[in-house]
Design a protein around this ligand. Sequence first.
Ligand SMILES: Cc1ncc(COP(=O)(O)O)c(C=O)c1O
Length: 416
Amino acid sequence: MTTVQRAKRLDLIPPYLFGEIAAAKRKAIAEGRDLIDLGIGDPDQPTPAPVIEKLAQFARNPETHRYDESSAGDPQFLHACATWFQKRFGVTLDPDTELLLLIGSKEGLAHLCWAYVDPGDYTLVPDPAYTVPKVNTLLAGGTPYPLPLTAENKFLPDLSAIPTDVARKAKILFLNYPHNPTGAVATPEFFAEAVRFAREYDLLICQDCAYSEVGYEGYQAPSILQTPGAREVAIETHSLSKTLNMTGWRIGFAAGNADAIAALNKIKSNVDSKQFAAIDRAAGWALLQAHQANQTDQAGQADQADMGADMGMGATFALYQRRRDLLVEGLNGLGWRLEKPQAAFYVWLPCPPGYTSRTFATALLEQAGVLVIPGLGYGEHGDGYVRLSLTVPDDKAGERVQEAVDRIKKHIPIRW
Ligand SMILES: Cc1ncc(COP(=O)(O)O)c(C=O)c1O
């Protein structure tokens, strides 16, 4: 054990609620209980086989074995990202100035705080939300100002409710649509309002688009960069993690405002040395192939020559949809009034009367063997909810989800 004092900033990190859940999970597994894990949001299906083949192929090229000395990331990857962005969103980006490789979007969100937040600065952080922007604002000495997301406002922040002095002191407005944990989506009108707000108060928008490709019944999430004027005030983070079942590969990118890209790159180039180029190139290839295959699917074309390699992602998203339907319909059968989320892979479940998010999560775990995440873990306004993930280990066609609903019915006393 060392007696060296750790930096005081570590004390600013709020208690890690997910640690409690992980401990409860370990205990239940050690006791030999059959847990249905609706906790972590991590695709349960493997990375598509063609991507792994491509990785092996690129890894055999010694050119990929050395430091990446490019300015913003492997040029083949960034060009693939630019092509994908143009095809997917109709937005043309300059790969030299408007794109930056990220070691997953988590890394980019964290370092953006370090690039912009000085002690005394504010960031505007939705609540509930993925915790990385809030925690890194605190670490950088800033103040995360919570923007409550409620069912009444369709989990979109009310920008008009932000006090003027806070808006003036704020450097970054963080957004994330499709949204973790609520599954909410943003309209182009909301993005336009956010861009107006950012211009009025001279702040940067960071829109986390990690779930852009996970949509149901044809839903396709917009990019904020499609909004007129957005490139002057916004960057958007993208990720291969959920798009192609590649969470462990750690690859994503930031797109948009050139000054913000340069600021983020300045931090990053003093912290990391980019990513293994074989991963970058396989990821860039996969992004384009998956898009092409998806377009071909939607157009119902039979011409094999026009098809991207079959990434099987249609099957992954169809499986999430089946689980979503079983879960939402099953829970509505028990008295909830849930709408089916259009995107992302979460069901944001209000706790029944008499429960907080913590007591409900504990009851589900201990009495029904169903693991969920208490909403409080995503912020104060997440209390009163639990998050159920549709990425369910050992579930082939929704049978574990059905079992979860059956166990809740049998073991959890609910009085509406
Ligand atoms: C909203 C949100 N943003 C970012 C991430 C991190 O994604 P990545 O794997 O690209 O770092 C997650 C992961 O769960 C997430 O839910």
